[in-house]
Design a protein around this ligand. Sequence first.
Ligand SMILES: [Ca+2]
Ligand SMILES: [Ca+2]
Ligand SMILES: [Ca+2]
Ligand SMILES: [Ca+2]
Length: 438
Amino acid sequence: MRRQFAIPIVRNFTKTIHTLAIGIVVWIISTMSLSPIVSAQDKDPVFTRHPRTYLVGSQPVSLVLADLTGDGKPEIITANRGHLTNPNEEVPANDEVSILVAGDDLVYRHGAQLESGFAPYAIKAVNVDGQRALDLVVANFMSRRGRDLSMFRNLGELRFESVQFTVPTDSLTYRRHKYSDDSPLFTLPGLTSIAVARLDEDEFRDAIATGWSSDVLVYFRGSAESYFETPTFLASPGGPRDIQIADLDKDGDSDLVIAQYSSGEIAIWLGDGEGGFEETKRFLSGGALPNQVRVADLNRDGWLDLVVSHRYTEDNVVIWYGAEGVRYNRLLKLEAGKDREELEHDIRDIALGDFDSNGWRDIAAACPISRQCIIWFQEQRAGSAPSFRQEIYAFKESDGEPYALAARDVDGDGDTDLGIAMWRTNTVTFLLSNAAEE
Ligand SMILES: [Ca+2]
Ligand SMILES: [Ca+2]
Ligand SMILES: [Ca+2]
Ligand SMILES: [Ca+2]
């Protein structure tokens, strides 16, 4: 089923443009007039697009919706990667994280603009320092100025302490794309994703990032003095691109799931609860270029399942259903595209959430090439064969290209909504769930 937003391009900039002292326009709230969505099906669409869009920084590639202020309303946090240039350039990418603060009725105001390393690629809002407020941890792709991992400790009142961490790269080898003169296109270690959790017996949060350029996992142990120790490496050949931490075998210890982008594999590392990990399983991911992986018990059989998106012309999402013994023998492919030779969607991000509030998790995919968000709604009942119903939300060229997603109830009605960070227009927009009205 395909749904087009018939949205007039006219934007009425009803709010004033807020300008920082440094003279950069950091946010705009615009309103758009919305025409009703025309649906050919008897089932009403689950989402309605919220008329406001929110301006963030240049080329947001990671979106987090999390309450940083403690008022229960989630802030908009984006990693603004900018355009990647030669790593030897003075400015090889953008280097900022922006925070928009939630007010009432989905009005957001400028909160903070934080300086990360170059090409911030992934953000997590987690509690690192044991204080109550959520902190931000950012994995930076273009390593320069000793900023590979950025932490912004939340001091309250929208004040953040910036703590930067460096990955020593002497022992690493560059493994990826090169210019014709054999110089590397990117930098070591090339962090693309990060997961933060308590991985050993002490009270401090540990972090593991994927070093895509260098075929390593970069392991930052938590530390009392400096939040994170100097990292160590775990070899992860095949272009590790995304990481999730979850207890896959239900022994109480955290395990790792890695999307190996370049080799087209999923790697499973079992943890021993004391901070040790061992790669115990590796299998083809079900497509070329797996770029994102999520973990959840989709079919509610008690075992965590893996949801993997494949980029570029592959255009699919594959669900690997988990079973006892960390086995993944059953898969379900959700195809977005029709032609494997043609670049139709280029799925860049996925998010899981029960968007229609039927008790079953659904899957959203951001597709910049088609300018669509594709949602697969899970219709199955426990024990029955998996079944998904697709809705497509298409955006106008003037809206930008959907690039990063976050699932969260942003309007407080109890239903999970979808936040979308848009490439090129540098905006965030919301698809609000209508589930409560049904
Ligand atoms: Ca485990
Ligand atoms: Ca399951
Ligand atoms: Ca659902
Ligand atoms: Ca909602």
